[in-house]
Design a protein around this ligand. Structure first.
Ligand code: DLL
Length: 431
């Protein structure tokens, strides 16, 4: 088992010392090698030698997605391309993709941090791990692939496939762990039900899921349908990919790999740190990345630190599940709404995880919100009357809960556009 207790149960004091040393060295490297950061430091008058405590990080301006786009493709690389052994890009739905690179050592560390997360999620060398993320520019598949191999598990690189094929492989190859997005795991679970297969006849034990928001209800549904323990995993291309944070089997928040990532949580409006335990935007600084180091990156992801110790013994701090994104906050007729609120309402009325998309547009100067809801085996009904009733019920709940008169439309199964398996939640056509 790869559980390096010395590293993952480090004392707070030693961790902070290690973080400071790594921060200092990252700052020197970016100042020397990345013109964008050198200009930034010179503009605001920061001396790279002036970092004597972790608090000093607050002197550094934030790095935004826009900064990354403006430096497309290689502008923020801190090493020459000849030292880069891998390139990935973010699955951004708008504008230029963000291109990131890895040195040999970056890949080694990436492999190690993912191996830690897999171990925390129950995986050992005896497991058969089916990777159902797409292999390609997306970081999800390769990150988990290398991590699982390091543990010594048997890796099946299936990628995204027809769900029936996934199920056949699950059955025939005696897969014990599935790695995918939560919505894809649910699609597989529903396919198993449709095919009339008894989930107890499978060898599946664990699901390491992530890359998109999901709720506790959805976790329960996946766990019950697949008879597994499902853990949540968080990461992002700009910072590395998967491996930034992940849950242990206590499923009580995601341990951050704090020896490689310094995480702050800020109020997205005041840009100041929030009180411990309050919800805010995750800001990440890489501490060991060589090819693509990044300082105080505003992720746009909203969550909070979980206060207190975890019974597993790991001392790395935990974050709660990602609750939404700053850019997903919808302001419609002055009301602030998160897609997760709509998801909760759909869950209650529909009784199964909803695949949905929110469309915002404007007619005659008035904002309008439409929710497109994919039919599933739970809401598929040929009877128009039943469909009408469901739509009316959802409209009523949305009006009661959010105070917004919303159009609700049922659309065909799997007709909403997906990118790397993720549905784009909000499409704002108002600009
Ligand atoms: O999704 C990396 C990843 C792959 C993480 C596999 C976990 C598993 P990107 O495509 O760059 O990278 O998307 C990053 O996805 O900023 C979040 O908004 C969202 N996200 C990632 N993990 C979670 C999660 C990968 N567990 C963006 N819960 C992030 C909620 C997540 N949202």
């Amino acid at each position: 088992m790869i559980w390096d207790k010395e590293k993952e149960c480090i004392s707070r004091k030693d961790l902070m010392q290690l973080q400071l040393e790594r921060l200092q060295s990252t700052i020197h490297r970016v100042y020397k090698n990345v013109p964008f950061y050198r200009k930034m430091f010179d503009r605001v008058g920061i001396d790279p030698d002036s970092f004597s405590s972790l608090e000093d990080i607050k002197k550094i301006p934030f790095t935004t997605k826009n900064d990354l786009r403006e430096n497309y493709p290689y502008g923020l690389f801190a090493v020459p391309l000849r030292e880069v052994v891998r390139i990935h890009t973010s699955s951004g739905t708008t504008g230029m993709p963000i291109v990131v690179g890895y040195t040999k050592n970056d890949i080694k560390i990436w492999t190690e941090v993912v191996a830690r997360i897999l171990t925390a999620g129950g995986i050992t060398k005896d497991d058969v791990v089916q990777i159902a993320f797409s292999y390609g520019l997306f970081t999800g598949a390769f990150g988990f692939h290398y991590g699982a191999e390091k543990i010594g598990a048997s890796v099946i690189p299936v990628s995204i496939e027809n769900p029936k094929k996934q199920v056949k492989i699950l059955q025939d190859y005696k897969t014990t762990a599935i790695v995918s997005t939560p919505s894809y795991a649910l699609l597989i679970a529903n396919t198993i039900i449709e095919l009339g297969i008894n989930p107890n006849s499978l060898s599946l034990k664990y699901g390491l899921l992530g890359a998109e928001p999901w709720s506790e209800q959805m976790r329960k549904e996946i766990e019950e349908k697949l008879k597994i323990v499902a853990t949540d995993n968080y990461g992002l291309t700009e910072v590395m990919g998967p491996g930034v944070a992940g849950e242990c089997l206590y499923k009580n928040g995601l341990h951050i790999n704090e020896d490689h990532f310094l995480v702050e949580i800020i109020d997205p409006e005041s840009l100041q740190s929030v009180q411990e335990g309050e919800v805010g935007e995750v800001v990440i600084t890489t501490l060991t990345k060589e090819a693509f180091p990044i300082l105080r990156f505003r992720t746009g992801d909203l969550t909070r630190f979980i206060v207190g110790d975890c019974p597993c013994g790991r001392t790395f701090r935990r974050i709660d599940r990602i609750m939404g994104r700053t850019d997903d906050m919808i302001i419609i007729k002055g009301v602030k709404i998160f897609p997760s609120q709509i998801e909760a309402i759909l869950y209650e009325t529909e009784g199964a995880h909803p695949n949905f998309q929110i469309i915002l547009d404007r007619e005659a100067g008035v904002d309008r919100m439409t929710v497109l809801l994919e039919m599933s085996e739970f809401i598929f009904s040929d009877v128009m009357k039943e469909q009408d009733m469901l739509v009316k019920q959802i409209k009523k709940r949305l009006l009661e809960e959010l105070g917004i008169d919303t159009e609700v439309k049922l659309v065909e199964k799997r007709s909403l556009e997906r990118l790397e398996g993720k549905i784009r939640r909000v499409i704002d056509k108002r600009e």
